[in-house]
Design a protein around this ligand. Structure first.
Ligand code: NAD
Length: 260
């Protein structure tokens, strides 16, 4: 479905980004991975994906809290892959605290990684996509791009921001073959959420599996986590020609969270 397409997936050394990179590679796309981690483990991921799916897989370790490194990531992808057809802005971090106790440095970091990095990569990929007349931008937002929860001021602000950015990019390119959409997952059991489960277990002095059940029960009516494979399948669909007229959308994959 995506043979010949070249994809960059930010924050793809773990969790949702890795699931999406795997799904795009499985559909035949070349992929550039990005994110932090131990070099040996990242190289295993890279060679494993190339071996499993037969496509080219690259890695760039840009720190996306830095505008210049966001631009360098795209420049490197264009140099090594010949262009970027699919951009998935997925890298994200979390910090949990009430507003009055929220460290200013954490606010700046969450906004930089979860919101500003997407502006910098999109700004840099669009000229190439326009020149080639085709492109897909997929931003991994969150249900927190559409509703709020307590203690997540920076995350909720960044995710609402990325939903807004998605709409503007969609409108500015509406008459081209470039689409821009946001995926809005509810709870997905990745390291980002495992940290929140562990904090909940510690605070309530309860076992981890009970903390997981409580976390789901509070927000996600299906009481099941969304999986990275489900998000990979949706990203692959959005990248396909079948999704050519879906643009500017914010698509929840949230087990009914927003239906309440
Ligand atoms: P994760 O912690 O498993 O992965 C985050 C990835 O981002 C890692 O590869 C990490 O190395 C990378 N990263 C972090 N800071 C970076 C930086 N400065 N520069 C480059 N890479 C950086 O988290 P995840 O749960 O897979 O989250 C991925 C995205 O999905 C995030 O944007 C998150 O907000 C969003 N999301 C997650 C959930 C969930 O329940 N897990 C729900 C909704 C949205």
């Amino acid at each position: 479905m995506l043979k010949g397409r070249r994809a960059v997936v930010t924050g793809s050394t773990s969790g949702i980004g890795l699931g999406i990179a795997r799904a795009l590679a499985a559909q035949g796309a070349s992929v550039m991975l990005n994110g932090f981690g131990e070099p040996g483990a990242i190289d295993q991921l890279r060679t494993g994906l190339a071996r499993d799916y037969g496509g080219e897989v690259f890695y760039n370790g840009a720190d996306l809290s830095q505008a210049g490194q966001c631009e360098d990531l795209v420049a490197d992808a264009e140099a090594r892959m010949g262009g970027v057809d699919i951009l998935v802005n997925n890298a994200g971090i979390q910090h949990v605290a009430p507003v009055e106790a929220f460290p200013v440095e954490r606010w700046d970091a969450v906004i930089a990684v979860n919101l500003s990095s997407a502006f910098h990569t999109i700004r840099r990929v669009l000229p190439g996509m326009k020149a080639r007349g085709w492109g897909r931008v997929i931003n991994i937002a969150s249900v927190h791009g559409l509703v709020a929860s307590v203690n997540k001021a920076a995350y909720v602000a960044a995710k609402h921001g990325i939903v807004g950015l998605t709409k503007v990019v969609a409108l500015e390119n509406a008459e081209t073959a470039i689409t821009c959409n946001a995926i809005c997952p509810g709870w997905v059991l990745t390291p980002l959420v495992q940290a929140q489960v562990a904090a909940r277990a510690a605070a309530g002095n309860i076992p981890l599996d009970q903390a997981e059940r409580d976390l789901l029960a509070e927000k996600q009516p299906t009481a099941r986590f969304t999986t990275v494979e489900q998000l990979g399948a949706l990203a692959s669909f959005l990248a396909s020609d079948a999704a050519a007229n879906i643009t500017g959308a914010a698509l929840p994959v949230d087990g009914g969270w927003l239906a309440r």
